[in-house]
Design a protein around this ligand. Structure first.
Ligand code: AMP
Ligand code: GLY
Length: 420
């Protein structure tokens, strides 16, 4: 088959790396891709939101199957468009992508199907929202309903902070994404990213990972897209996985079918492991990044037939196997991230670092400049390693990091500390 992956991050590099290894893949394309993806796929200069351009690329290159990485094109209807054009595609329709696109939509689904999640209320006016937080008290979590590039969630320590956040969101701080606000109970516990393939009715557990969201060592400083990840997560036992499948994932798939908007693709459940068990924090309708890089490294099965099974509605006929080894990933980011940073600094010694035992380096924000590889974004590299234990994977990943010559980049030095 000829395959087209949509996206340009570490997630898409990992997906391309796994798909390139499939005997079923004839030619692999990626739009727009990055410098690392160029090594395993043919990169096409088409933007992820350029739906006409993507359809044209599919015709020009005889694409049999499209795999969509990021959420924005799914929420905007890329999957619907490709289906109308009779092009096979992995990912949810715009209606099903509401699970990520609207936090209020997901909370209402949880309420209807008894899915464990934080108590909440939805508001489109400030006054009743303010009254609600005064009644419930702090701490509280205030969220813009729509997609706000990961910035629409405010942990309010005091009632005054909660009210200010509500005023800001409904006042237009996040534009349309903040037309509604969700006010939630604060959950305490450890977070786990859990993934499941869904073909509408059937669901298949597809691995878990823990990530590190804060920029600084010891989980300090501002939130980021993720500075590292590892799996397996000791806290997430097999029994807990089974519980999440039964109490969270399966009823979600059923609820989406009942609403006439069946979900196809990968569901990424952000879970809080609380004293009373796992609770759903949020859904994403795509693979997590950097978590996807960890999943692909540990995946023993061929990825392509699994994605096809989800699209063809035959997930209950396949199963998935994983390597026993632990995997760990250290993100290297440009100095300044998640604040302002410069693009264009040169990264050296990548080939030597990637040749080390058990190490694979996925690219996020990179591009080529002549023969050189230069940084082209905030999160730039996912330095991953497998090991007999998480400690071994960690030591290999940091040895590779130390081999990379990039004075303008940095990383956390404590990825995996919770598991070691
Ligand atoms: P979200 O965009 O909904 O995933 O929220 C971003 C982050 O905020 C999550 O990864 C959690 O760390 C945190 N968070 C969101 N909702 C809650 C909650 N109800 N209780 C505690 N932490 C939360
Ligand atoms: N690692 C967090 C995300 O992909 O949203």
């Amino acid at each position: 088959m000829n395959i087209l992956v949509i996206g340009s991050g570490g997630r898409e590099h990992a997906l391309c790396w796994a798909l390139a290894a499939s005997p079923v893949t004839r030619t692999l394309f990626c739009a727009p891709g990055n410098r690392g993806i160029e090594d395993v796929a043919n990169c096409l200069a088409v933007d992820v939101m350029d739906f006409d351009g993507i359809v044209t690329a599919c015709r020009d290159h005889d694409i049999d199957f499209v795999v969509v990485g990021p959420e924005a094109p799914m929420v905007a209807g890329l999957v619907d468009r490709l289906r109308e054009e009779n092009i096979k595609v992995f990912g949810p329709t715009a209606a099903a992508a509401q699970l990520e696109g609207s936090k209020g939509f997901t909370k209402d689904l949880c309420a209807e199907y008894g899915i464990p999640t934080a108590a909440y209320a939805r508001f489109s006016e400030a006054a009743p929202a303010h009254a609600y937080v005064e009644k419930r008290g702090a701490p509280m979590v205030i969220k813009a309903d729509g997609l706000a590039a990961g910035k629409g969630v405010i942990m309010a320590e005091t009632v005054a902070d909660a009210k200010a956040a509500i005023t800001d969101i409904l006042g237009g701080q996040f534009g349309e994404a903040g037309a509604e606000v969700v006010v939630e109970e604060f959950l305490e516990g450890e977070e786990v990213s859990f993934f499941a393939l869904v073909d509408g009715t059937s669901v298949l557990a597809f691995g878990s990972a823990q990530d590190h969201k804060r920029v600084g060592d010891g989980d300090t400083g501002p939130n980021t897209g993720g500075m590292g990840a590892y799996a397996p997560a000791p806290i997430f036992t097999e029994a807990m996985e089974a519980e999440v499948m039964e109490k969270i994932i399966r009823p979600t798939a059923q609820g989406m079918v009942a609403r006439g908007t069946p979900f196809t693709g990968v569901l990424y459940a952000g879970l809080m492991i609380t004293e009373s068990g796992p609770q759903l924090i949020e859904y994403n309708v795509r693979f997590g990044d950097p978590e996807c890089q960890i999943l692909m490294l540990r995946l023993f099965s061929d990825l392509l037939p699994l994605l096809l099974a989800a699209v063809d509605g035959v997930l209950d006929h396949v199963d998935v196997r994983w390597h026993d080894e632990a995997a760990l990933l250290v993100v290297m980011a440009t100095n300044g991230y998640p604040g302002a940073y410069d693009k264009g600094s040169e990264i050296k010694n990548l080939t030597e670092a990637a040749a080390m035992d058990g190490v694979t380096i996925f690219h996020a924000g990179t591009k080529s400049k002549g023969d050189a590889i230069i940084a082209n974004g905030g999160r730039v590299l996912g330095v991953t390693a497998l090991g007999e234990t998480t400690a071994e994977a960690q030591s290999r990943a940091y040895q590779a990091v130390d081999k990379i010559d990039w004075p303008d980049g940095f990383c956390r030095r404590d990825i995996g500390h919770r598991a070691i």
